[in-house]
Design a protein around this ligand. Structure first.
Ligand code: ZN
Length: 595
């Protein structure tokens, strides 16, 4: 008889943020059953050691208490020789308001399986059942359950849609890839290419659900049609937590967990989409695109995932970068934003990439590989040391798309490459090896194109943006953000005070010896505040030397700063006034609305 794994999970002490979990193993490994919790969650490339939130753990066989040995930071071993079912009880502390872990209070509960479900070694491939129980002590609170985890239909106690009760996953990997939200969320449903979709929003908000669903449906349909019907999932759920100030998303095979500012949601009577709402739609589009790109088309290094330690791949520029390219592109292709809006978003991305000198030191292949220690663990020096595989990766995708289109006179595009990946890897489950994208690009556009792409990905030269954009009739110009002379810093306000967050390589502050963390006090003897720094600078000229006082570790220091001209690093994209008919046709096809 195969081993059977069954969990119950209950919001046992919402006010104390504690989930109680029971795990029943019918046939524990007689050699000593091993149990473990993942150290990271797929999609978020950082060791998070979720086991640190297990407050207590005990095990019983019948009425007999078992001695459980903790083997390392996230592994437990039951005694050898057990020949009867075992019950493991444990408590998980859930108070991280993010999409990556778990969060519980009197208003709602949210969890990722990676935070709450122990892996029963040897039984990973077996079906896993979870009985999601109503919260304790909150009778008649009206809580429901939103998740893409399938209900255990046909089993005793099976949950109904949005209900508490029994759910079923085909194996452990599936179990931990369906986050669960419980509470009094708002709910709206829609259909995209015949697939049922739902949006659940938790937290106080005044979202116009009809508007939101009206915008999500064409975005989802455009993506399903890009890869080809049928969609790879039976249903899909957008789990959204609305807060005062927050932003984040994590992709799963049939759902996404999102965190957003409630002010970014659409409101009744909203006419044109606000910038915040466009950004939220871009986030939804991004996570939805991952349903194909990374959840099913995966780097070979993630087949299977090893969740005990870092999983190294140089390909995140394709999995995150290409997804970042398509997120906004799908907004214009589904008619949610105008072509002009799209150029503004692209301009912003180009500017972001060009803000830091890190792009000349780290390639996007290296940035992918070092995500665990650098991209996910950024500090004050990051702009000078690293490049984002999201933003620069999306510009690589843009250049590859433009070149494929221009070289083939519109016969081919990046869409073909994505479909090729889907056919060969998504549908087969075969991982993409580290050279796989270069090889596929070479197949589509010739060996020279494959080598060119590799240079963009593995090199640190400036991207050939102007030339690439020109072929589709777009012009890229650069300007300074404003006419003030520059200190070469990014600042944050601390009350009235101005603190240096980043000191950029080659800037005036760096040359003068100022450092990240310094608190600016005065410029030429006049007090600096967050309200007046720009005004003080506006009255000076590039090349002038000013005296700056600052505190470092509460010690007053004085610096002679030679102001510089503001860097000309703000990108502006526009349609060329005069472009060939062919460029116009290519551009039209690139941004065309897909019905
Ligand atoms: Zn992503």
């Amino acid at each position: 008889m195969p081993c059977s794994v069954r969990f119950t999970i209950q919001a046992a002490q919402p006010a104390a943020h504690l989930f109680d979990i029971t795990l029943r193993i019918e046939r524990p490994d007689p050699a000593g059953q091993i149990l473990s919790l993942p150290a990271w969650i797929p999609g978020s490339y950082m060791i998070r050691e979720f086991a640190k939130n297990i407050v207590s753990l005990s095990a019983k066989a019948g009425a007999r208490h078992l001695a459980v040995v903790k083997q390392d930071k996230h592994t437990w071993v039951l005694p050898a020789g057990l020949d009867e079912p075992v019950t493991v009880n444990y408590t998980v502390y859930a108070w991280d308001l993010s999409v990556r872990t778990a969060h519980l209070d009197q208003t709602h509960g949210f969890f990722n399986g990676t935070s709450v479900f122990l892996k029963v070694h040897g039984c990973e491939a077996q079906p896993h059942f979870v009985d999601i129980r109503p919260p304790r002590g909150l009778k008649d609170a009206g809580w429901r359950v939103a998740t893409s985890l399938p209900e255990a239909t046909g089993e005793a106690g099976a949950a109904e849609r949005y209900g508490f009760g029994l759910y079923r996953a085909g194996d452990y990997d599936e179990l931990i890839d369906h986050p669960v939200e419980m509470g009094t969320f708002s709910l709206a449903e829609f259909d995209a290419c015949g697939v049922p979709h739902a949006v659940a929003i938790t937290g106080r908000h005044d979202c116009d659900m009809t508007r939101l669903v009206g915008d999500l449906k064409p975005i989802c349909e455009a993506q399903i049609r890009l890869f080809g019907e049928p969609a790879p999932m039976d249903r899909y759920v957008f789990l959204t937590m609305a807060v005062g100030d927050g932003y984040g998303g994590l992709e799963h095979r049939a759902s996404t967990a999102l965190l957003c500012s409630r002010n970014d949601l659409p409101y009744a009577g909203m006419d044109e989409a606000t910038e915040g709402y466009r950004q939220f739609l871009g986030l939804c589009s991004h996570e939805y695109f991952h349903t194909w790109n990374v959840k099913r088309i995966k780097p070979a290094a993630f087949v299977p995932y090893d969740l005990t330690q870092e999983g190294y791949t140089r390909l995140l520029w394709a999995f995150e970068g290409f997804t970042s390219y398509y997120d906004d592109l799908m907004l214009v292709r589904s008619g949610r934003i105008t072509e002009k809006d799209y150029l503004a978003l692209l301009s912003k991305t180009i500017t972001q990439v060009h803000k830091g000198s890190g792009r000349r030191k780290q390639s996007v292949a290296e940035s992918s590989f070092e995500a665990w220690t650098k991209y996910y663990r950024q500090d004050e020096n990051s702009p000078n040391a690293i490049v984002s595989y999201y933003t620069k990766g999306s510009l690589v995708a843009l250049l590859l798309d433009l070149r494929l289109r221009a070289d083939s006179k519109g016969a081919r595009s990046l869409d073909d490459l994505m479909r090729g990946l889907w056919q060969r890897h998504g549908l087969t489950g075969v991982g993409v090896d580290e050279d796989g994208i270069f090889a596929l690009a070479a197949e589509l556009g010739g060996p020279a194109l494959g080598r060119w792409l590799r240079d963009l990905v593995e090199g640190t030269d400036e991207l050939p943006l102007e030339a690439g954009l020109k072929r589709l009739g777009l012009t890229l110009t650069w300007e300074a953000p404003n006419s003030n002379p520059s200190l070469g810093v990014r600042t944050t306000a601390e009350g009235d005070a101005v603190k240096l967050a980043n000191v950029y390589d080659g800037g005036a502050a760096r040359a003068a010896g100022l450092s990240a963390g310094d608190v600016l006090i005065a410029l030429d003897g006049i007090r600096i505040t967050s309200a007046n720094l720009d005004k003080l600078l506006a009255r000076r000229l590039a090349g002038e030397t000013v005296r700056v006082h600052a505190f470092r570790r509460d010690e007053l220091m004085e610096f002679e700063v030679e102001l510089q001209a503001a860097p000309v690093d703000t990108a502006k994209l526009a349609f060329a006034e005069r472009s060939s008919g062919q460029a116009k046709a290519l551009r039209g096809a690139w941004l065309a609305t897909v019905a």
